[in-house]
Design a protein around this ligand. Sequence first.
Ligand SMILES: C[S@@+](CC[C@H](N)C(=O)[O-])C[C@H]1O[C@@H](n2cnc3c(N)ncnc32)[C@H](O)[C@@H]1O
Length: 342
Amino acid sequence: MTDATTAVPGPVMKLRELAHSAACAASVRAAALLGLPEALGEEPATATELAQAVGADEEALVRLLRSLTTYGVFAETGEGTYVHTAESRLLREDDPRSIKYNVLWATEPWTWELWAHLDEAVRTGKGVFPSLHGEEFFAYLHARAPHSAEVFDKAMTQSSQLSARAIAEQLDLSGVRSVADIAGGQGLVLATLLEKNPELHGTLLDLPGVVAHPDPRLGAGGSLASRATLLPGDCLEEIPVQADVYLFKNILEWDDRSTVTALRNAVAAARPGARVLVIENLVDGSPELRFTTAMDLLLLLNVGGKKHTREGLAALMEQAGLRVGDIRPVNSYLHLFESTVA
Ligand SMILES: C[S@@+](CC[C@H](N)C(=O)[O-])C[C@H]1O[C@@H](n2cnc3c(N)ncnc32)[C@H](O)[C@@H]1O
């Protein structure tokens, strides 16, 4: 007999499932918003217990759990109780590898609105955010959707938590006195680099609303504050900092002209021979292709941007006046491009 949960669907059902995949994203989002992952502890719990804990209608909660368990998010024991799986644990706010805010970010209300316009974006090759909202994505986020901006900043920090150590291990910063993390979010990667390299001074440049809430180690009174400068700014206007190393991680994802502008601004500020390091997911180099291609399309919709190919990104770096050197994986989904100012 075929196990209904593991049977491979035929093409008709596979396509139906693909078309309904919004239900999957919405189920994961609902679980996070209800606090279901936190309500379930180490012991199995019944739907009645969980419904009480999260303040939900029990029958509807069972339906949500039925949807989630088909994707391996939570599991049913067969005795009417539910337990965590590796995936549902990652939705817990207190899990050290939590990606709860990445999940919330990927399913924010504005994302659903944008996906409906994908055919239009593909026809024009342009983002749709400004025509829908009358302003650019990041301006909108900070001025009109502060809660979503907060979710975004936390999501970036959680993402970087997964890669910061690998980046710090990979980067040889011997002899380097200063590093500037351009559009470095709340500064988790910078803080990790400063902790690993006790002689290093770091500058965190990001939009004013982001550097106002830095990693606590970098902010006033923090353990790394004496070696950190917080620099609110717009890297498309100017990068007013001279450093031995400039880091651009997951930011060169807008239109190509802006990518070259941001890099040129670093080149303009840097001494000849300074290093510019770019860290990105590549559409042709990542085993997590579905995640990268999904992000690629979301970037098209919100900022008219993209995830790059290895060659495409290297060409833009050269165009900005950089000499591209080694390109190597940092972990299973990020690549590091080494370059120097010509
Ligand atoms: C995808 S996040 C990456 C953050 C961080 N580098 C990381 O990997 O965790 C992009 C960052 O770019 C910042 N940003 C967007 N436009 C910017 C601009 N024009 N100037 C400076 N920072 C900008 C955002 O605030 C956000 O923190």
